[in-house]
Design a binder for this molecule. Structure first.
Ligand code: NAD
Ligand code: MG
Length: 392
């Protein structure tokens, strides 16, 4: 994509949203068309003053009055959109070229889908939307000529390693690929004994050794559900079965993932753990731009280690694999149960090791249907949320 482009950021006040704005500040051919946040009106206003988007969306109705007042007092020219479909509107607006999907959880589904249905380039950080809707999402992109560029560092790495083999976005030749290997940092409890895991707190779970991220994905990284989710994400993105996707623990988070080819060649993408690298890649593709990330110096790196994940201490990896194999609405059920269990853990209503127990119970009691429509998927999502809340 060459030339000047207009960008919408869904979830601009979050960790990925702020990193995206940081990258945008470094280039002069991207302008911010719209920003959105859930309820942080002050941060959204600061961003509006700095980036002067045409539109801003604040989802929580309780914050609307305050935001309107702040906006008019500041003299900012940004227009506040407060309609129910405001997120979809800024995602699909005809003047927008690129959409960063950085809302957390299922809440990002409708706007992400609106962006691909309108043929936008979608920079996909919000993995949950793809995991829930799978083929429905990728087919909508295909039918409307929308490019999905994964921002999740592992999938971005694989995308880069596959991109080496092709001239256009759509012609990846799967026949040459033996398997994908997703790397996992292992999270803050990589070496924590099982007995101790029972007592870990939300603060400990959110203190990730390598990445600074939002709370939900930090807990997902601690339980390794993040890898279970990423397995499903990779399967949908790259159209490969779960049997062709392995997971390897790599605590240094330097090798972001790998593609194994037929002839024994393995391509990997390396970088310091900084989300601005995949974000800059997605914004500039097929060109390259400066991201602000520190240059990787392998001579000053400790040894790079790789090992198999411990599925006994971290059963969420196997739950992700099981949901992918079950297919249909199972990934949506897994995702919804996980969102509810993680929220309960974060508010001290559920123990860390109960997270997989709840998810497994919800998966086994919720019937799995073919995920052929958004209604069916949203029905499965709601049923799983209710079931998880009852169990908790
Ligand atoms: P975050 O919690 O820091 O930010 C979430 C953003 O979404 C905020 O702007 C918030 O206002 C908005 N939001 C929350 N609930 C909303 C709702 N109901 N409706 C509309 N907007 C809402 O999260 P994050 O760490 O930036 O992660 C965002 C997404 O990117 C997640 O799907 C996560 O899995 C994925 N991701 C993040 C990282 C990372 O390093 N942070 C890495 C890979 C993938
Ligand atoms: Mg990731």
């Amino acid at each position: 994509m060459n030339g000047y482009r207009q960008l919408t950021i869904l979830g601009s006040t979050g960790s990925i949203g702020r990193s995206t704005l940081d990258v945008v500040s470094r280039c002069d051919n991207i302008s911010v068309f719209a920003l959105s946040a859930y309820r942080n009106s002050e941060m959204l206003l600061t961003q509006c003053l700095q980036y002067e988007p045409r539109y801003a969306v604040l989802v929580d109705p309780e914050q609307h009055q305050q935001f309107k007042r702040l906006l008019s007092e500041s003299g900012c020219k940004t227009e506040f959109l407060d309609t129910e479909d405001a997120l979809e509107l800024i995602a699909a607006h005809e003047q927008v070229d690129v959409v960063m999907a950085a809302i957390v959880g299922a809440a990002g589904l409708a706007s992400g889908l609106a962006a691909v249905s309108a043929g936008k380039r979608l920079l996909l950080a919000n993995k949950e939307s793809l995991i829930m809707s799978g083929k429905l999402f990728t087919e909508a992109a295909k039918q409307n000529n929308a490019d999905i560029i994964p921002i999740d560092s592992e999938h971005n790495a694989i995308f880069q390693c596959l991109a080496e083999t092709r001239s256009g976005l759509s012609v990846t030749d799967r026949r040459f690929v033996d398997k994908l290997v997703l790397t996992a940092s292992g999270g803050p409890f990589l070496n924590t004994p099982k007995e101790v895991l029972a007592k870990v707190t939300p603060e400990q779970a959110c203190a990730h050794p390598k990445w600074s991220m939002g709370q939900k994905i930090s807990v997902d990284s601690a339980t390794l559900m993040n890898k279970g989710l990423e397995l499903i994400e990779a399967s949908f993105l790259f159209d490969l079965p779960g049997t062709a996707i392995d997971i390897v623990v790599h605590p240094q988070s330097i090798v972001h993932s790998m593609v194994y080819y037929r002839d024994g060649s393995v391509l990997a993408q390396l970088a310091n753990p900084d989300m601005r690298v995949p974000i800059a890649y997605g914004l500039a593709f097929p060109d390259r731009m400066a991201s602000g990330a520190e240059v990787l110096d392998l001579t000053r790196q400790p040894a790079l280690e790789f090992s198999k994940p411990d599925v006994d201490r971290f059963p969420c990896v196997s739950l992700g694999r099981a949901a992918l194999e079950a297919g249909g609405t199972a990934p949506a059920v897994l995702n919804a149960a996980n969102e509810i269990a993680v929220a309960a853990f974060l508010s001290n209503r559920l123990g860390f090791q109960q997270i997989p127990v709840i998810i497994e119970a919800v998966l086994s009691k919720t019937p799995c249907e073919p995920a052929v429509s958004l209604d069916i998927i949203q029905g499965a999502d709601s049923a799983a949320r209710i079931a998880a809340k009852e169990l908790i």
